[in-house]
Design a protein around this ligand. Sequence first.
Ligand code: HEM
Length: 422
Amino acid sequence: MTTEQRCPVTRFDHHSPEHTRDHVAIYRKLREEAPVAWTEAHGGFWVLSDYDSVYEASRDDDTFSSARHDEYGGPGLAVTIPKAPTEFHIPIEIDPPGSASYRKLINKATAPKAAEKLQPKIKHYVTGIVDSFIEEGEADLAVVAALPAILVIDWLGLDPSEYQYYVDAMHTLVSAAPGTPEYQHAAEVAVPWVTKTVREHIRHRRENPADDVTTYFIEAEIDGRTMSDDEIYSILELVISGGVGTTASLVTQSLVWLYQNPDERAQLAENPSMIDVAMEEFLRVFSPTQALARTVMEDAEFHGCPVQKGDRALLSWASANRDPDQFTDPDEVDITRWPNRHIAFGVGVHRCAGLYIAKGIAREIFTQILSRAGDYVVDMDNLVTYPDQGTNAGYHSIPVTFTPGERLLGATPLFPTHYTKQ
Ligand code: HEM
């Protein structure tokens, strides 16, 4: 099928500078004019931008497959456009029913109870990171973006003091534009470092079990057998790439918004019990994972458009979350909005497996920043946004000043840092 035969055709590229500048306006226009549209960017793909089409495609795994199909769109991670150079990810790159047994195992490790068990650790690390700048009265608040990485790495039994290497790899792949030097560095140097380190860790844990999630996966049985190193690696790499950047994106965007909206900031500082409902609204409007992809598996008419076997499709959770047919005043941030049927964690069988952990981390960060450095003033002229907002949106740097406070964990840093950029 030629471009001319596709309907309707739009100019859309979620990795373009225009998109980074104002993706909210770009998605609004798309929703209004062509909620399902074809674009020629990155080899051509459908972009789905209203709630109904994103919701429907996410639940129709037979037509919109998450599985890796190297024959369509080339090799690489099936759920990004363009495909990211990562290894096979379980279970996100397996369609049902094959994904279900893996997902059952992962759910056990990430269920509300398991996330609750992590809470003391979350509190410890958040306290330590806030301690690292609280006496100074000035900081780069984006330092809190390290916390999801530290926690996920520690939870897997890897060395948390090496968190920055994982950020360099997995966070860069979703916050730098494909083809830029940062992206190339992540793909060629940082990701191979993660692969080597995590694979060695799995081998080491087979001989030296410990109380961590890697050991849990090594010992767990799936359909009456244990998993191979390759399968475990596929799960761990997904958990690292899914966990490291997303929660960072949520908290950095929310903290900047709270500075710009002092009444809401004061409300949350005075009533921490309001944080959970506010967090759902932050998830809706900031949609940390903006959009992910699928591959079309059969010719079909979808919302009036002729999708064809092998076509790629981008599902924009971010745009769906601002659809006026679903949310009243969708561009207003209402920290008391309830119910809030946002789909920032996705929909269907691949809905985020780490959402309780993500919320636990974000809740603790909001609580501590608001109670310990709650009068922070952001230097808005020197904010640094991610150079690419197509997959994850957020800030790399948030310079702030605030009234200094006291350390709570004593003078010893959380762990020695021996980071040198590779
Ligand atoms: C605010 C933070 C987060 C957001 C917005 C987010 C968003 C998402 C989204 C949209 C999906 C669906 C992908 C799809 O349908 O293609 C997903 C899947 C997933 N997420 Fe998250 N995520 C977050 C945090 C985390 C954390 C902290 C972890 C791990 C500890 C995690 C692990 C996963 C995994 C393993 C999947 C794949 C599930 C499957 O394929 O069955 N996520 N996430």
